[in-house]
Ligand binder design. Sequence first.
Ligand code: SF4
Ligand code: SF4
Ligand code: FES
Length: 415
Amino acid sequence: MTLFHVCRRNSKECRDCGFCTEHFSCPGVDKPSIERFETACIDCDVCYVACPHSAVERVKDVVPRKQIMIVVDGEYFAVPERTTVKHALELLGLEFGKFPDETKIFAPCETGGCFACAMPINGKPKPACVTPVRDGMTIDLELPKDYVPLRRISGFQPHSVGGVGTPWWVKKSSQRYVEVACFAHGCNLGCPQCQNYMVTYDNVTPALTPFEAAAVLTAERNKYGVDRMAISGGEPTLNQAWLIRFFEELRQLNPDERARLHLDTNATVLTPEFVDGLVKAGVTGVGPDLKGLRTETFMRITGIIDDGLARRYLENAWSITEYIIDSYYPESLFVGVGIPYNRYFITLEEIREMGERIVGINPEVQACLLDYFPSFRRLDMERPSVHEMRKARETLVEAGLKTVLAQTTAGHLGP
Ligand code: SF4
Ligand code: SF4
Ligand code: FES
């Protein structure tokens, strides 16, 4: 017998922060409401993973679920009510996976942000992970050929500092703004100290086509008079079709040589073919984040509890970073590696080992240490002091890296 659960707000832990009513919508109800818990839950788990105060519990569902009929690729199937399309399809034997290459349906974020799991539901493409099954619903597993990908994107704005992959000489420029950026919703990791959780878990911002997003970012470029345009997240690489078309469109709208098109990524699901496609689409810079060298560290930083998955993500991040540097750097692609630092989750010894491994790939590559601040579910940790960041930077320099920056509360240290 299939066991189901529902999510329930723990009123003792809930801080009434409003995040679950303002930034994500519960698929079980039409309007955002805290009363949804237990009454309309379709066990999507969005509130469970997104509540910043871990105030949502998963409990066994004791209410029996009726069977309803759905039509999948023209065939009728009975599935339980009050669940997601993804879960219903899993019960029918379909596989959803956390890597784009290995299973039929890629479902990396499961919070309704990335649209990688979108499929025609009653004729309209919707994310399977957060869409409730309904009696008589029709589901097609293939998207139509003329489908224009969608993704929730927000935060179009200028930045005065830039990201990990912004070249150091641009960061040091005296201009007020160094780039304009936007942020992709949804992530395949679940970092307890997520530095941008308001975007990562927001599933109420309307989804945009790549053409709409590229047009808005280009307008921002023109408004603020900068040449760099960047996308960060969340994790931008989760929806490959969307991202390639976004950069193609951005390049078309910005054909001048001064235009720099940049991608920030956790690099966990990037493949060589995907990277080649991005470069062909016009990307000129990439900032892969390397969240540790050891699997335990990666698990601590990312919140991934499946050690096999964590190992695969971490190995992929390192090997694709090596591929990018060996294949493209520096002629056609600027690479700036990001390394999160906070003594709460990584030691200086491991930072040194990371530096040595990067030196083994190419000692000239820019590395940028990020001083992770308390955020999301890790409000208990302290932001590293300037002194700590200086020590971490010296550790990477001693390991042999030639260009090391460190983000601190007092600005960037480094070249
Ligand atoms: S997000 Fe969590 S803490 Fe905030 S109101 Fe919802 S249940 Fe309460
Ligand atoms: S967000 Fe998902 S898991 Fe949470 S109450 Fe709504 S349907 Fe249930
Ligand atoms: S996996 Fe469904 S929207 Fe991201």
